[in-house]
Design a protein. Structure first.
Lengths: 422, 234
């Protein structure tokens, strides 16, 4: 049995090239879809969980864990309350805290969020397992009215170094309340990261305070314009509040003790979250859609397998004579059985292989583009265990599907004897 | 005389659901190296008898011995092995596996029988070509062609070469000449007989055409040995 029969199955398939190729194509496309979805899913999950790394705690006013994560890291939604500056200095001065990066949110520019922070941000904010921010051009903000823009901001708005920009109070795309008396200039453009940083405009904390001079009531004081820039530069621009704080600890093992201590701080209702835990929780919320997608792509693979079944079953009648010739020559019913199962498995194997090649070829072709333009890293989505197990599983499934026509032909080869006359 | 290679006795066979048996044969024997002609009209049960001797059908009663072995006492797998090792079969039409080359078709039985493979000394391809040449197919361009592009006569010779390869003990031919004209028919039977006798293979040749009987050592009318009277098919 064995090789001789698989060889026959192969020759038989080649004899029906047209329908075999169509079947292989159907399987290949279904497997390509499945692998594409699965790789995109893994890539998205990896990209998502690598949005922020090496930050031990994120501290904000007490609300929900996901809410705090959304506004501090993903720049989505709003903080319900702020953290007062004295509380921030208390946090920064704790013995178990190694470093802090204050974040101040609330303004925007043409739909992109503005983040007030300090220079430590450019060293401490890390993503994708420890990468720090890189500058595509320019440098960190130095002057009070300098701004560092993310890659998407630069691309979408066509901004580059020295471009002037005017911030909007609040988050409206075209707010009526412009900080047009205090124009900024772009001092640096960041390289793509694939994180929300790409869609952020970074300025100093002091700049946030400065543009709000005269806005203490929450709206523009008519007197605001009369205050000259030089006067403002002379002010004490220490912010009164920040929105959230990224915290790095001296020692990781004490993380839960520090968290509890911050959560129970008496001066203000605070909350500290572990970014990794919060990211996982958020992913689970969005995971339903992703699992639905996976289910759909699995069904498509099932359709591919059914096309194998269809092609073999329809060929069976036309090959009745062929089977009885093989039987007369000495093929045992077991040979006929193996012949058809081998045929089905061959179709599944070749189809799955072609599908895997298609997906990995496309990824290899568009990977560098995605990386440079969107900062999406496809590392880990190359050919790997997933492809191998998928090809193996589809081959096994095709083999299982082939059992039905094989059993039918087996039965018939027993009852037909030698005397099939067609 | 030696003991028969095929021995049928007390045989009764009815197709499932048929009201009367197709075959009831008291005795029928083929001796080693013997060339036997079995005549009978269409539907008289000739192919059924061949199926029984080849071990793909089982009788309701009686005994069939092939090469000294009682077929009924063998498992179906052993019967299949026996057929693969000892019998070569030629059909009326559509003999060849369409997706294999001429040479591969001839060599096909060797894939299923180690015994027949072992009986071919040397290269399978050379033996296949030798048989084809002996049967009048020595044009090398023919061998490259798709088997479905061959004429019926050429196909029948390829089928005969396939039945002969690996020297089986009995060649069974089921109306192999019905699609050939008289001249080609006689040629075919002569070549087949000569090749069969070279390896001392017995030949059981079945046809409805009594004119062929002269080519054989012994001619039998199925109706003479079959007590059952099946309804004649059209």
């Amino acid at each position: 049995m064995g090789i001789a029969i698989i060889g026959l199955a192969w020759r038989s398939l080649m004899n029906r090239k047209g329908s075999a190729l169509l079947t292989i194509l159907a399987v290949a496309l279904s497997v390509a879809l499945f692998l594409g979805v699965e790789k995109a899913r893994q890539g998205a999950k990896e990209g998502f969980s690598s949005t922020i790394s090496n930050t031990d705690l994120i501290v904000g006013a007490r609300s929900g864990q996901i809410n705090l994560l959304l506004y501090s890291v993903f720049r989505m939604g709003d903080a319900t309350a702020e953290v007062s500056w004295p509380t921030y200095t208390w946090l920064d001065g704790r013995d178990d805290v190694a470093w802090t990066v204050p974040l101040s949110l609330g303004d925007s520019h043409r739909g992109f969020r503005v983040l007030g922070t300090n220079l430590a941000y450019f060293d401490r904010y890390q993503y994708a397992g420890g990468q720090t921010l890189r500058f595509a051009e320019g440098e960190r903000f130095d002057d009070l009215f300098d701004a560092v823009i993310g890659a998407d901001v630069a691309r979408d708005l066509g901004y580059s170094l020295e471009t002037p920009l005017i911030l909007t109070h609040g988050l409206g795309r075209v707010g009526l309340q412009q900080h047009d008396n205090r124009p900024f200039r772009v001092s640096g453009v960041l390289a793509p990261t694939g994180t929300p940083v790409d869609r952020t405009i970074h300025v100093s904390l002091e700049a946030i305070t400065a543009i709000h001079v005269g806005w203490e009531t929450g709206t523009r004081n008519p007197m605001a314009d009369t205050i000259s820039e030089d006067t403002i530069r002379g002010f004490d621009l220490t912010p009164k509040t920040v929105t959230a704080v990224l915290v790095g600890l001296e020692s990781r093992p004490s993380i839960l003790r520090t968290k509890r201590s911050i959560d129970t701080y008496r001066g203000e209702a605070l909350m500290a979250i572990l970014p990794g835990v919060a990211l996982t929780q958020l992913w689970q919320v969005t995971g339903v859609a992703e699992r639905a997608l996976l289910a759909v792509s699995l069904f498509v693979v099932a359709v591919g397998l059914v096309s194998i079944l269809t092609s073999i079953l329809t060929s069976l009648n036309a090959r009745r004579r062929e089977m009885s010739i093989l039987r007369a020559i000495g093929a045992r019913p077991g040979h006929i059985f193996v012949l058809l199962v081998a045929e089905s498995a061959l179709l599944g194997f070749i189809g799955a292989l072609v599908g895997a090649v298609i997906v990995n070829g496309v990824l290899a072709a568009i990977g560098p583009f995605l990386e440079s333009r969107y900062g999406v890293s496809l590392i880990g989505t190359g050919p790997g265990l997933l492809d191998l197990t998928t090809v193996g599983a589809v081959t096994l499934a095709a083999l299982a599907v082939g059992l039905l026509p094989a059993w039918l032909a087996f039965r018939r080869s027993l009852s037909d004897g030698l005397s099939v006359k067609l | 005389m030696a003991s028969p290679f095929v021995s049928v006795s007390g045989l009764r066979f009815a197709w499932p659901g048929a009201p009367i048996p197709t075959l009831e044969i008291d005795a029928f024997e083929i001796f080693p190296g013997e060339r036997v002609f079995l005549r009978g009209p269409s539907g008289s049960g000739k192919s059924t008898l061949l199926g029984l001797i080849a071990g793909v059908l089982e009788p309701q009663a009686g005994r069939i011995e092939v090469a000294g072995q009682d077929l009924l006492s063998l498992s179906s797998a052993r019967r299949d092995m026996l057929r693969a090792d000892r019998l070569g079969i030629i059909f009326q039409l559509f003999n060849l596996v369409p997706y294999l080359s001429v040479i591969e078709n001839v060599a096909l039985p060797l894939r299923f029988s180690k015994k027949r493979r072992d009986r071919v000394s040397g290269s399978v391809e050379i033996e296949a070509k030798r048989l084809l040449a002996a049967l009048g197919l020595d044009d090398s361009s023919l061998l490259q062609r798709q088997v479905i592009d061959l004429s019926v006569g050429q196909q029948q010779r390829v089928a005969a070469a396939r039945a002969l390869i690996g020297s089986p003990d009995l060649i069974i031919a089921d109306e192999p000449t019905s699609a050939l004209d008289t001249l080609r028919r006689d040629q075919f039977i002569e070549l087949l007989s000569v090749e069969a006798s070279k390896t001392d293979a017995a030949l059981l040749f079945v046809s409805h055409d009594p004119a062929l009987a002269g080519h054989f050592q012994r001619a039998i009318d199925l109706s003479d040995i079959n007590r059952a009277q099946p309804i004649e098919a059209a």
